[in-house]
Design a binder for this molecule. Structure first.
Ligand SMILES: [Zn+2]
Length: 276
């Protein structure tokens, strides 16, 4: 009998411990998946928990609405990291109760207020350097870990720059026709430019007139490939492809569930495939 009671006590204690684990505090909530990945890499070994607010795969977030569960994540967080610009404008009112709200884009020289800087690893290097500083101010006890992790993260980003140079060596690229004008940073990183975007900001599709101009552009410049986004609409792209004979390939805004570094490498491989 005593043995049974003892076992029950153990089970009760274990259940209690599990319950506590579920309610564990979120130290840092990061608005997007790439921001959460960078914050996780910076906080490695500190015991700080990082959670992305938006966990599902999206193309971009300009018209995003928060769910109740996401509000709860935000409420629990000590620190909220925003990607910045109008990427996460939907969080503006939801973070009023948070003690620390860090706008990571403040450390980046933004290009004409375009907020999609995470698609250029060179901009990400500026961003993570600023973020490590902000986190050191908030959690001074972990400063050494942030400094060490920043060095490792910068090395990973430098690797990506080196991969760009090797993957795209000898490839001559025409400008890009992409799903979203957010690919301007990626195009610059790859040494090219976005000639036209099939979807403007705020999820609106291009007008019939713009679509006509894009079709003319693709025909006149004999652009072989147009790019859609893995989580975005491809209706306009299909129309252009049908009218021009261009092939459709897929790029990633890195807002899906995949690892940022693999997604960026895949983007470079896709450019190589397009223009080889
Ligand atoms: Zn966007």
């Amino acid at each position: 009998m005593k043995k049974t009671l003892f076992l029950l006590l153990i089970v009760a204690l274990l259940l209690c411990a599990c319950g506590q684990k579920q309610e564990k505090q979120v130290n840092i909530a990061a608005s997007t998946r790439p921001m959460a990945q960078f914050a996780s890499l910076l906080t490695e070994g500190t015991g700080l928990t990082v959670q992305p607010v938006v966990t599902e795969a999206v193309s971009c977030l300009h018209d995003y609405t928060l769910s109740v569960a996401q509000m709860k994540t935000l409420e629990q967080a000590e620190v909220v990291i925003l990607s910045g610009g109008d990427t996460d404008a939907f969080l503006q009112h939801a973070t009023k109760g948070n003690k620390w709200v860090v706008d990571a884009s403040r450390a980046v020289s933004l290009w004409e207020d375009d907020p999609h800087y995470w698609l250029d690893p060179v901009c990400v290097k500026q961003m993570v350097t600023g973020l490590a500083q902000e986190l050191s101010n908030i959690y001074p006890q972990h400063k050494d870990a942030f400094v060490k992790n920043l060095v490792a993260l910068n090395e990973k980003l430098d690797d990506l720059v080196a991969k760009r140079d090797s993957i795209l060596a000898g490839i001559s690229m025409q400008g890009l026709v992409t799903f979203h004008d957010g690919f301007r940073y990626f195009a610059r990183f790859a040494g090219t430019e976005v000639l036209a975007a099939l979807e403007e900001e705020h999820g609106s599709e291009v007008s019939a007139k713009d679509l006509e101009n894009i079709i003319l552009l693709v025909k006149n410049q004999q652009i072989p490939v147009i790019f859609v986004e893995e989580n975005g609409s491809d209706n306009a792209a299909k129309t252009v492809a049908k009218e021009t004979g261009a092939t459709i390939l897929t790029l990633s805004m890195c807002m899906g569930t995949e690892d940022y570094f693999s997604a960026m490498e895949q983007n470079l491989e896709t450019l190589k495939e397009a223009f080889s």
